[in-house]
Design a protein around this ligand. Structure first.
Ligand code: HEM
Length: 479
C-alpha cells in the first residue's frame, strides 16, 4: 500500500502539499525512518498522510495535548481494537473506558507498591546469577555466535512470568529450550501487526472469514497462546493455596472469567518482554560504538560498589539508585531507540492541536517517540549523537519534560512497568559489563528493524519494530 503514491501535507491548516512516490523504499530501510525524515522537514513537526488518514506528530506540545490535556478525546479506538482483538482480547493495551480503568487500578495497586522495585530487583538478580551468567560464561572464549536479542527475550520472558504470575518458564536455561509459547506469541504478535498494513481492513477480515494464508496461521498461533495462557492460569490457581502474591493472583481474586484472565496474561507478557529485550539489545549495540560510555559505567560501578578482584560482586538495590551515569546512559539509549517507536489514537471529535493542525473526528493521530529523538528542535543540533551527559547536571541525573520524551508514554496511560523495567535493565547491564566484553559483529551497521507489534504492543500502535539479530562473536566475549 505504502509503495503507492501518497499525499503528504505539513499539517498546519496547510497550503503546502507534497506528493511522494515509492522511491522512499530506496532511501530508507523502514517507514519509521521515512516518517522521521518528513517530520524533520515539516515546519510544525507534524504531517498528515492522506491515504492512511493518519496525522503524525513529533511536536511535544501536541503530545501533551493528546496524552493529557484532551486525553478523553483520544482513546485507542475501535480500528485497533479490531486489529489486535483476536490476540490481545480485552487486555489493558486494547481497551478504553471502564475496562481500562479497572485493569489500570488493579495493576497500579500491585506495581505501585513501594517494595515492588526491590522485589523486581531480587527476581532479576536471581535470573542473572542462575542463568544469564552461566550461559555467557559457557560460550565465553569459544567460536560460537550468540544472538543477543534472543538471550534478552528469554531473560525478560522468564522475569515477567516470575514477577507477574509467580511462574518460571525457564526459557534461559543453559540448553536454550525451544518455547512453544514464546514462538506462538511472536508469530501472533507479528501477524497481528501485519493486519494494520493491509490497504483495507476488509482484506484481512475476508481472509479471516475464509481461514486463509496469514489469517489461518494467526488463528493457529493464537490457539496455542490461548492453551498455554490457560495452563498458566491453572497453575497459578493451584499455587494460590500456598502463595497468593503477584499481579495475576490479584486479578484472580476479583475475576472468575478465564477468557478475561487470559487477555490480562497476554497483555502483561507483551508489556514486559519485548520492550525490555529491545531496549537492552540497542543499548549494547550503542555501547559497542561507544567504549568511552562502557568505561564510564565501569568507573561508576567501581566508585559506588568498590573494586573487587574477581569482579563477581553485584550492585545492591540501593547502590543501583546511586548510579546516575548508568541511568543517563540507558535513558539516552531509549531516546534514540525507543522500544515502542510510535503509538496511535483515534479522535472522538474534531480538534485542533496546539500547532494548529486540524484533526478530524474518527481519524488516526500518532505521536512518534522515534522521530522525536531525532528532531533538532526538540533535542538540539547534537540530537543524533549518543550522549548520556545530556541528562546530567553536576553528575546527577535531571529528568526532562515527559512529553518531549514519551518513550514510556506520558499522561494518564503512562507505562506502569517503567521502574521495574529500569531495575531489570540496569541489573543486566552491570552484571554483563562488569564481567564480559560484548562486541557486536557489525558495529558499523545500524540496528535493523523487523515488522512486529513491538514490544511493541502497544495495543494501540502497529509499528515497524523489533531489532534484528545482534550477533556477538563469542570468541570476543572474554572474562
Ligand atoms: C523499556 C521497557 C518499557 C517501555 C519502553 C515501555 C513503554 C510503554 C509504553 C510506550 C506504553 C503505552 C502503550 C500504549 O498505550 O499503547 C506502555 C504501557 C504499559 N506498560 Fe510499559 N514499557 C516498558 C516495560 C514495561 C514492563 C516491564 C511492564 C510490566 C510490568 C510494563 C507495563 C505496562 C503497562 C501495564 C502498560 C499499560 C498502561 C495503560 O494502558 O494504562 N511496561 N509501556
Amino acid at each position: 500500500m505504502l509503495g503507492q503514491l501518497l499525499l503528504i501535507e505539513q499539517a498546519d491548516m496547510c497550503d503546502q502539499q507534497t506528493y511522494l512516490t515509492s522511491t522512499w523504499t530506496k532511501e530508507f530501510d523502514n517507514l519509521c525512518d521515512w516518517f522521521t525524515h518528513l517530520l524533520q522537514k515539516s515546519a510544525t513537526g507534524t504531517i498528515h498522510i492522506h491515504v492512511l488518514g493518519n496525522t503524525i506528530t513529533a511536536n511535544p506540545e501536541n503530545v501533551e495535548h493528546i496524552l493529557k490535556t484532551r486525553f478523553e478525546n483520544y482513546p485507542k479506538g475501535e480500528p485497533f481494537a479490531a486489529i489486535l482483538g483476536d490476540f490481545l482480547g480485552k487486555g489493558i493495551f486494547n481497551v478504553d473506558g471502564d475496562s481500562w480503568k479497572f485493569q489500570r487500578n488493579m495493576a497500579s495497586l500491585e506495581l505501585g507498591r513501594t517494595s515492588i522495585r526491590r522485589h523486581a530487583f531480587d527476581i532479576v538478580n536471581s535470573e542473572i546469577q542462575s542463568r544469564l551468567l552461566p550461559l555467557l560464561s559457557s560460550v565465553s572464549g569459544e567460536q560460537r555466535v550468540l544472538d543477543l536479542q534472543d538471550v534478552f527475550r528469554r531473560l525478560s520472558f522468564d522475569n515477567i512470568c516470575k514477577f507477574a504470575f509467580g511462574l518460571d518458564p525457564g526459557c534461559l536455561e543453559l540448553s536454550l529450550p525451544v518455547s512453544e509459547f514464546a514462538e506462538a506469541f511472536d508469530l501472533a504478535s507479528q501477524l497481528s501487526a501485519q493486519r494494520a498494513l493491509a490497504s483495507s481492513p476488509l482484506i484481512w477480515k475476508l481472509k479471516r472469514a475464509l481461514n486463509l494464508g496469514t489469517e489461518k496461521r494467526l488463528k493457529q498461533a493464537i490457539k496455542m497462546v490461548d492453551a498455554l495462557a490457560q495452563e498458566m492460569i491453572n497453575q497459578r490457581r493451584e499455587k494460590c493455596f500456598s502463595d497468593s502474591n503477584g499481579l495475576l493472583s490479584r486479578f484472580m481474586g476479583t475475576i472468575n472469567d478465564d477468557k478475561y484472565l487470559r487477555d490480562i496474561v497476554v497483555s502483561f507478557l507483551l508489556a514486559g518482554r519485548d520492550t525490555v529485550a529491545a531496549g537492552l539489545t540497542s543499548f549494547f549495540w550503542l555501547l559497542s560504538q561507544h567504549p568511552e560510555v562502557e568505561s564510564a559505567i565501569r568507573d561508576e560501578l567501581e566508585r559506588v560498589v568498590g573494586s573487587s578482584d574477581d569482579h563477581q560482586q553485584m550492585a545492591s538495590f540501593d547502590q543501583l539508585r546511586d548510579m546516575h551515569y548508568l541511568h543517563a546512559a540507558l535513558y539516552e539509549s531509549l531516546r534514540l531507540f525507543p522500544p515502542i517507536q510510535f503509538d496511535s489514537k483515534f479522535a472522538l471529535e474534531d480538534d485542533i492541536l496546539p500547532d494548529c493542525t486540524l484533526v478530524r473526528k474518527g481519524t488516526r493521530v500518532t505521536y512518534h517517540p522515534y522521530a522525536m529523538g531525532r528532531m533538532e528542535r526538540v533535542w538540539g543540533p547534537d540530537c543524533l549523537q549518543y550522549k548520556p551527559e545530556r541528562w546530567l547536571k553536576q553528575g546527577r541525573y535531571v529528568p526532562e519534560n515527559l512529553f518531549k520524551y514519551p518513550v514510556f508514554q506520558a499522561g494518564k496511560r503512562v507505562c506502569l512497568g517503567k521502574e521495574m523495567a529500569l531495575v531489570e535493565m540496569k541489573s543486566v547491564v552491570l552484571a554483563i559489563i562488569s564481567r564480559f566484553n560484548i562486541r557486536v559483529l557489525s558495529p558499523n551497521q545500524a540496528p535493523r528493524f523487523a515488522p512486529g507489534l513491538t514490544a511493541n504492543v502497544r495495543g494501540a500502535s502497529v509499528s515497524v519494530n523489533g531489532l534484528s539479530r545482534v550477533e556477538i562473536p563469542t570468541n570476543r566475549i572474554a572474562s
